[in-house]
Design a protein around this ligand. Structure first.
Ligand code: PLP
Length: 385
């Protein structure tokens, strides 16, 4: 096998997908409640995105950012409509979006320190790995960027104690995704915003996982009426076409002037076609309200069916980003769920994370909960025996 073993891969080969269903190489179907980790937010091969990409395939695939790309401008307009953000830089991944945010914040403020939070996840490049508050991700790579400081998540007092010593930005996830599906409290998020205003630091919100409708809003910060200076996006942005974006305010324009930052692929015509078609569907009030309702139904059913089990410690999340914290290692449960036809993903060692497509049906939600209930009831009985 000539791949670097950077992933412990499950023994599953998906050969086709449609909506919430994927099929393996032996013809077995699965309900996909992973969505490529919050990427396929419209399910697999959504027709409207497929059409847009196919149309673009017949015109032009790639042109350099040295030329005009009207579809990229259109996508930027969509991302900055109805919020306080003005400009977009397109790139190819979440890490690159955060990398751009870190560079922009440092250049715009002329300051260097960036405060992030323990158990956060911001990416795997040197700057974003340094921003990530998890030692296991940083181990073995030598000296990190020295200007990051990590505070405990949801600790309002720790935020209040931040001093104005050269802080360029505070960077935070509204719900920690990889860190265990941990929602930030309103008080915590407000305290961060207030601190940023008081010390002239930028508020960077990492919406790479929570954005693009996942929590029932365009971006999760909208649930808390926050006013971020910079927002980063990727995962769900292109429905599976690799693309990322950093959104910022008009007064940051100077710092990202011609020649200051760039990318070969970012926002090319194919990517931009995927983004426009994705946002066309997801950034509508009815669609987002529907996500909220489905999220409530999913969490309600989970509480009803699993709430009383000893093995289940907590069910949490927002919209269709849900974590079930267990009092045992969750990996074996993930394996058993897969054998029973449901794909779910870990978020830390003890949390089963559910990220179904945002257009998942009621029946698919019921079916998934049924499988979860059966597997976790069995686990409960085994532990009690
Ligand atoms: C996945 C993720 C990233 C990294 O995105 P990549 O596209 O893998 O580089 C950054 N931040 C958050 C919150 C994420 O969930």
């Amino acid at each position: 096998m000539s791949l670097f073993p950077t992933y412990n891969r499950f023994p599953l080969t998906i050969v086709s997908g449609s909506g919430t269903t994927v099929t393996d190489d032996e013809g077995k179907d699965y309900l996909d409640f992973v969505s490529g980790i919050a990427v396929c937010n419209l399910g697999h091969r959504p027709p409207e995105v497929q059409r847009a990409i196919q149309q673009q395939l017949d015109q032009v695939w790639h042109v350099s950012n040295l030329y005009q790309i009207p579809l990229q401008e259109k996508a930027a307009d969509k991302l900055t409509e109805g919020n306080n953000l003005d400009h977009v830089f397109f790139c190819n991944s979440g890490a690159e979006a955060n990398e751009a945010a870190i560079k922009l914040a440092r250049k715009h403020t002329g300051k260097e320190k960036i405060i992030t939070f323990k158990q956060s996840f911001h990416g795997r490049t040197f700057a974003t790995m340094s921003a990530t508050g998890q030692e296991k991700i940083q181990q073995g790579f030598g000296t990190l960027l020295p200007t990051f400081e990590y505070l405990p998540y949801n600790d309002v007092d720790a935020v209040k104690q931040i001093e104005d010593d050269e802080v360029a930005a505070i960077m935070v996830e509204v719900i920690q995704g990889e860190g265990g599906v941990v929602p930030g409290t309103a008080a915590f998020l407000q305290a961060i915003q207030e601190k940023c205003r008081n010390i002239g630091a930028l508020l960077i919100i990492d919406e790479v996982q929570t954005g693009i409708g996942r929590t029932g809003a365009r971006f999760a910060y909208e649930h808390h009426q926050l006013d971020p200076d910079i927002v980063t996006s990727a995962k769900g942005l292109g429905s599976g076409f690799p693309v990322g974006a950093m959104l910022g305010k008009a007064d940051h324009k100077e710092a990202f002037s011609a020649g200051s930052h760039g990318t070969t692929f970012g926002g090319n015509p194919l990517a931009s076609a995927a983004v426009n078609a994705t946002l066309e569907t997801i950034f509508s009030t009815e669609f987002l309200e529907d996500v909220q309702q489905k999220g409530e139904r999913l969490q309600g059913k989970l509480r009803e069916e699993l709430g009383d089990l000893n093995v289940v410690k907590e069910i949490r999340g927002q919209g269709l980003m849900v974590g079930i914290e267990l009092d045992v290692e969750a990996i074996q449960i993930i394996h058993t769920l897969r054998e029973k036809g449901l794909l779910a993903v870990l978020a830390g060692p003890k949390v089963v994370r559910l990220l179904p497509p945002l257009n998942v049906s009621e029946e698919e939600i019921s079916e998934a909960v049924k499988i979860l209930a059966a597997v976790l009831q069995e686990q409960d009985q085994m532990q009690n025996a």
